[in-house]
Design a protein. Structure first.
Length: 377
């Protein structure tokens, strides 16, 4: 089941869109969606396509303006299950090159990665939940509207719907921190999760185009930024970890850091851990004003560190029991002797979901990582 099906159904219903996806004629349904957004007096229809070059479009979309101008677009109708975002957009580009016409990619659901790839390659798209981005130069048309935030199709039995659990988190961290190619059993052994769980998580991620797999199931590409964004739709530091307790460090964060040196029961994530991952010549975009800590003994740790309970508005220390105990066991140690989360993927996920300016720090770190690894872009 979806995380919040009522919210998503309501969002789509505001555009008068039926989320049922059983109708095989995607092109006919796309026509009805486009008509909702055209100016008064404009019309569209589908015409038979003649072969051109090595390819033939499924159909041609004719756009009729009120001044008599007629524009044409080649329609490429695909189920997203038929290929990755890269392959679907590559097919659309090949069709554009062969026909000389702008291409409208019609799919059942345009996930975030597919939308990004289409926009990057100047390919128009429309799906059955209402996502549309259509651009035509003559007559001049630009249509853009949102659809469902999540894929409304029911998950397959071989996939997993939410990514906020311990097993899913380990798989995602392995993908974010590791290198390709990755095999299911090798990844399972690396992150200490059953091969069955790995297979289910990978099926979900492949369906949403944040990873690509070979025919024999090997992970050949990880879109790390897209994967991180997908993970943090479900995972949040404040929601996914044990009760988050808020404190003030009465003597300031520098004193707290000094007390954390050599403390084996506490691991830092968030802002402090993110700073440890920045290149030495890059200054943090914000001052250190908040500490996010993980511990299996939060009450004892708070007393030992001299932390004072506080409100959310005044707190500068967040202390929680980790959703995955391995985050404590697999911590690394900074030059100053402070333990930090060893997974950069986990640090980024925490930064993106922590309050204050932590998301800005995440973006700075992602920018730094993308210089040497374009998968972070």
């Amino acid at each position: 089941m979806r995380n919040n099906p009522q919210k998503e159904t309501d969002a789509a219903a505001t555009n008068g869109i039926d989320l049922g996806l059983a109708e095989p004629r995607l092109d006919a349904r796309a026509l009805n969606l486009i008509r909702q957004y055209l100016p008064p007096g404009w019309s569209i229809d589908l015409i038979e396509a003649a072969a051109a070059g090595d390819t033939r479009p499924d159909t041609i979309l004719a756009v009729h303006a009120t001044d008599g101008t007629i524009g044409r677009m080649a329609l490429e109708v695909k189920r997203t299950s038929s290929g990755s975002a890269t392959s679907l957009v590559a097919q659309a580009r090949a069709l554009r090159d062969d026909t000389g016409l702008p291409v409208l990619l019609v799919v059942d659901y345009a996930n975030p990665v597919l939308r990004q790839e289409c926009e990057r390659n100047d390919v128009s798209y429309i799906d059955m939940t209402g996502w549309i981005r259509l651009r035509l130069d003559m007559p001049a048309v630009f249509l853009q509207a949102p659809g469902a935030p999540r894929d409304p199709r029911p998950p397959r039995e071989t996939s997993i719907n939410r990514l906020d659990g311990k097993g899913a988190g380990r798989v995602v961290r392995g993908l974010l921190d590791g290198g390709e190619p990755m095999r299911v059993r090798a990844l399972a052994g690396q992150v200490d999760v059953s091969p069955g769980t790995v297979a289910k998580v990978l099926a979900t991620l492949a369906r949403e185009d944040v990873i690509e797999r070979s025919p024999n199931g090997v992970v050949t590409r990880v879109r790390r930024r897209a994967l991180l964004d997908r993970w943090t739709r479900d995972y949040s530091f404040l929601r996914s970890n044990g009760p988050v307790r808020r404190y003030v460090a009465p003597r300031g964060l520098p004193t707290l850091l000094a007390r954390l040196q050599g403390d084996q029961a506490v691991v830092c994530t968030g802002s402090f851990a993110g700073r440890a991952l920045l290149p030495a010549d890059v200054a943090p975009v914000t001052p250190l004003t908040q500490m996010a800590l993980l511990s299996d003994e939060p009450i004892e740790v708070a007393a030992r560190l001299g932390l004072v309970p506080s409100t959310a508005a005044a707190a500068n220390v967040l202390l929680a029991i980790p959703y995955d105990p391995s985050l404590i066991d697999e911590a690394t140690v900074t030059a100053d002797g402070v333990r930090v989360v060893g997974s950069r993927g986990q640090v980024l996920a925490d930064l993106l979901t922590l309050p204050g300016r932590a998301p800005e720090e995440a973006e700075q770190l992602i920018d730094a990582l993308s210089i040497s690894d374009e998968a972070w872009r």
